[in-house]
Design a protein around this ligand. Structure first.
Ligand SMILES: [Zn+2]
Length: 282
């Protein structure tokens, strides 16, 4: 009798463990936002980032993070940073007048969560500039989420100078969903790609509704710095000034309605203020 009871007890505890670990429970408490270190660039002359001359001719370090969203329905990686090929050595990029530094491998950071690239279900890109596409070759099995107009931008001849021909060529061969406007990634309103064009034709931002933190918006390159946010600065290399202003107004309205938190991806203070990996917001 004792043996039977012990067997039943072990069986029940096994069921409990299976239930707790099941990825299909759909519990929104499981929604997490990780910030991964995917490098940084030092821009040698920030004056080129404002069409009203708001920045002095000074250098500035800009972070180039990746973000990982854990949802009960799968993993979403948002933006890809500079690329693991730069790991361990600073590289002068004369074409873009920046120095590139990558101290941590994206692959290794995923590995520390028990993930490999094949576990990433979706990769979303705020846009296709080189500093957001660096690890593009690592995820051949993921479904790419990219604005239709951004994809068309990668096909233009000649290619815009901030795009890397090898990187954007990777997008042609992968599984992808071409978005037209805002897109609810998991179908439950918790993770939404927002159309915020202007920096590039199909630039997007990511809105995440976390169970404890509330709304967080990752704004891609809608802004490059906090100063840009406060003064509504627009780089002269943006593809459309009026669209940029409309996108800024759209994000401001969402932040106001939701009392949300804005994360400016290139702003090193915004990035330092986030939980440092493997810690996360939820
Ligand atoms: Zn950028």
């Amino acid at each position: 009798m004792k043996t039977i009871l012990l067997t039943i007890s072990i069986f029940l505890s096994f069921l409990t463990i299976v239930y707790a670990d099941s990825p299909t429970t759909g519990n929104s408490e499981d929604l997490r936002l990780y910030m991964l270190d995917c490098g940084s660039v030092t821009v040698h002359d920030m004056a080129s980032f404002s069409d009203t001359g708001a920045y002095p001719h000074e250098s500035m370090q800009l972070s180039t993070p990746c973000f990982l969203i854990k949802d009960p329905k799968g993993w979403l990686l948002w933006d890809l940073g500079m690329g693991d090929q730069y790991l361990g050595h600073t590289v002068e990029d004369k074409k873009h007048d920046v120095s590139i530094t990558v101290k941590k491998s994206l692959i290794q950071q995923l590995k520390s969560l028990g993930l490999s690239p094949k576990d990433i279900k979706f990769v979303g890109l705020s846009h296709t500039h080189f500093d957001h596409m660096g690890n593009v070759s690592l995820f051949p099995n993921a479904i790419w989420l990219i604005e239709k107009s951004e994809y068309a931008y990668t096909k233009q001849t000649p290619l815009a100078s901030s795009l890397d021909a090898t990187e954007v060529a990777m997008l042609q061969h992968d599984h992808k969903i071409l978005l037209k406007g805002d897109y609810d990634v998991f179908g439950d309103g918790k993770v939404e790609i927002l159309s915020t064009p202007g920096h590039t034709p199909g630039h997007t931002s990511l809105e995440v509704h976390l169970p404890h933190t509330g709304v967080v918006i990752l704004s891609g390159d809608l802004y490059h710095t906090r100063k840009a946010y406060e003064l509504k600065l627009i780089p002269p290399f943006n593809t459309d000034r009026a669209q940029t202003q409309a996108s800024m107004a759209k994000i401001d309205a969402i932040l106001k309605d939701s009392n949300g938190r804005l994360v400016i991806e290139h702003d090193t203070d915004d990035i330092k203020a986030l939980p440092q990996f493997p810690n996360y917001l939820n």
